[in-house]
Design a protein. Structure first.
Length: 72
């Protein structure tokens, strides 16, 4: 759509530029990261132990410390 608008203005001999505004909540200092829930980038405590346990079910030979380093 933005390209169509830009082409229309260009065809009329006028310049028009479309700026994209990116709103990323992770860069907003007032954004509550708890709202991300399962998509949160911070994994700690019980959630981390649960993830380690799930990986150990698939790959039991890996040490916990190795799995933890790769998860966080």
């Amino acid at each position: 759509m933005a390209n169509a608008i830009s082409s229309c203005f260009h065809a009329c001999g006028e310049e028009y530029s479309v700026e994209k505004i990116v709103v990323d909540p992770l860069y907003d200092p007032h954004f509550d990261r708890q709202l991300l829930g399962a998509c949160s980038l911070e994994v700690t405590g019980v959630e981390l132990q649960s993830l380690i346990s799930q990986v150990k079910d698939l790959l039991p030979e890996l040490p916990d410390s190795y799995i933890e380093v790769n998860l966080i």
